[in-house]
Structures are given as structure tokens and as C-alpha cells.
Ligand binder design. Sequence first.
Ligand code: 13P
Ligand code: SF4
Length: 349
Amino acid sequence: MYEKMKARLEKIVPDVELRYKAEIAVEINELKKQKNAVILGHNYMEPALFYSVPDFTGDSLDLSRKAAQTDKDIIVFCGVRFMAETAKILNPSKTVLLPAEKAGCSLAESITAEDVHALKAKFPGVPVVTYVNTYADVKAESDICCTSSNAAAVVESLHSDTVIFLPDEYLAKNVANETGKHIIFPTLAPQPPLPQAGEGVKGGEGQLDYQLIGWHGRCEVHEKFTVKDIEAVRAQFPDVVVLSHPECSPEVVAASNFSGSTNAMIRYVQQTKAPRYLVLTECAMGDNIAAANPEKDMLRLCMVRCPHMNTITMEETRDALKFNRYVIDVPEEIRVRAYRAVQRMLEIG
Ligand code: 13P
Ligand code: SF4
């Protein structure tokens, strides 16, 4: 195991750390066999974990498919709670374990099922799309889910004049830009009623004044990247290719060469020939891309880290399997409604 990890990570992880973590990886893989478990690892996992124990790695869309398809008894989700919940929603007869009890997400925390109720009351009949970065009870209130890799396709699949898109403000604005829609952010405080879809305030040439209704949720990591960061790196390395996740602001996305889901960014680096890249997302993913593309320089701005993803360690993953913790449960009444929204998304792709 140490040799295998060293071959990939020699230039990324100090040798003493590799030796220590290789021992834990062996333990994890043994427990995995004993317990008939599968380990799913999100692209944000730290490099030693990412390259040693997951059976599958990927973005949230990819991993929800893997969770739905597995026939193992236990799914260990090396990611955050909303991802583990999605696995449980899709494959309820399996035991789903999240190695760190408090691995949350600022987007999932930004909205409640009651907020969605209130929006539906304010915009009756308008379909609700929720980003998978939400908890099960919010998904249960939605018509369909989306991830960063299919958000625009999901919105367009609805063929609706107006769509409620929750809860990521920046992803919503980026989808609005991509699909040519105008977005508003309503307040739920009492106020004069907003025009309903189909009878809205008309813009020039009979256009509806808005087609997307957003929410002010933010990813606490991606909101911190700025155009100034990009300019500073470009001033020093004029040939740098800048990649950003669509949870970044529209200004950052516009200043980037490419924006896409974590998988899409990984593919982009593999398939292009530039000498250096700046990856505006969780820093560990920059490490993982660097390890897979040693001939390319990978710049990463590590002043912001996802505090939730970073609670998933090799020690916690081993202990999850050893002590059967932390079990993710979703009440059946919520699960069946959330399932419809997630399954509908998977059918779109
Ligand atoms: P992906 O779906 O692109 O993997 O993103 C998940 C996430 O939490 C990004 O911050
Ligand atoms: Fe949530 Fe942002 Fe962390 Fe992704 S990076 S899990 S969106 S807080």
C-alpha cells in the first residue's frame, strides 16, 4: 500500500505521512472486505485518502449514481452529510455511514423545508429545483434536484416560464447567465405581492421580467474567491488557465477560462495541454489533480478550505467501519418524496 501511494503522491504528501496513512489504509481495506462495504470518496477528499481507500471517486452526481447501484451492505460516504443522505434516499435498504458526525455544508444550512413552503405559497404552481447540497426535508419539498454538472439542463427540462432555483445564489446566477434567464431574489417578509409567472411585469418586447427565482445561500468556500485573486495570479503567470466551480460568483466565473463541476474540472485538465492551471475550489482537489497530472503545474489558493469536507479523515473512516458510525437515517415519509426529486434528476443525466 505504501509503495502504491508513494508512486502517486511522492511529490504531494510528506513521506512520514504516507507511511502512517498507508497503515491505516490497509486497516480500512481489510474492514471494508469483512463488512461487505463500499467506500465512496468525493473529489475533495485529502490526497492520501482519495488515492487509497475509495472504490469510487467523483462529483456528487457521479457518487449518487454509484450509491444507487451498489449491492454492498454498507455505504461509507467520504463526503458531507447531504451526500450521505442522498445515498440513503436512493438505496434505503443499505446502511449508510458518514465518518464525521458534523460534516455539514453552508449551502444545506441556508434553507429549511419551511422556507420552501413559503416560496411555494408565494409563487403557486412554479416548479422548484433544489441543488443536491440540501437536506432531505428540503429535497422532499422539491419537484426535481440538480447538481453543478446538470443544473442548466434540469432547469431547461422543465419547459416552464418561471422556475424556483434553491438555495445557491451564485449557482442560480450562473445558470441564469447560461440559459439567458433573468433572476430575482424575493424576500419572504410581508410585502406587496410579486407578479406571478405568466402575468409578470413585462420587459421590452413582451419578455417576462424574471424567469428564475433564487435564494441567498452561499458556499462558504467558493464565495471567497475574487476576480482580484485571478488577476494577481495572471499578472505573475500570464499563461495560466483558470478553472472555477459554478458556486463561485458570476464575476469569478466570467473571469475564468472554464467553469464546471468538480469532475468537469478534473476532465478539463486531463484533456487540455496548458502548462499551468489555477483551480478555484477546495484546495485538496488541486492536490488530487496535481497527483494525476505530474507534468502540469497546479496552482491552488489554500487560504480557504471546506471545514466540513476536511473533517473526513482516514482515522474517522476506519472508525466508521469499526464502530458502525455515524449511521444516516432519513424518515421514510420524507425519503419517498425526496426520492422522486433525486430520481427525476438522475433520469435527465
Ligand atoms: P460537485 O457536485 O461539483 O462535486 O460539487 C459539490 C460541492 O459541494 C462543491 O462545493
Ligand atoms: Fe458545501 Fe461549499 Fe463545502 Fe461544497 S465546499 S461541501 S458547497 S461548504
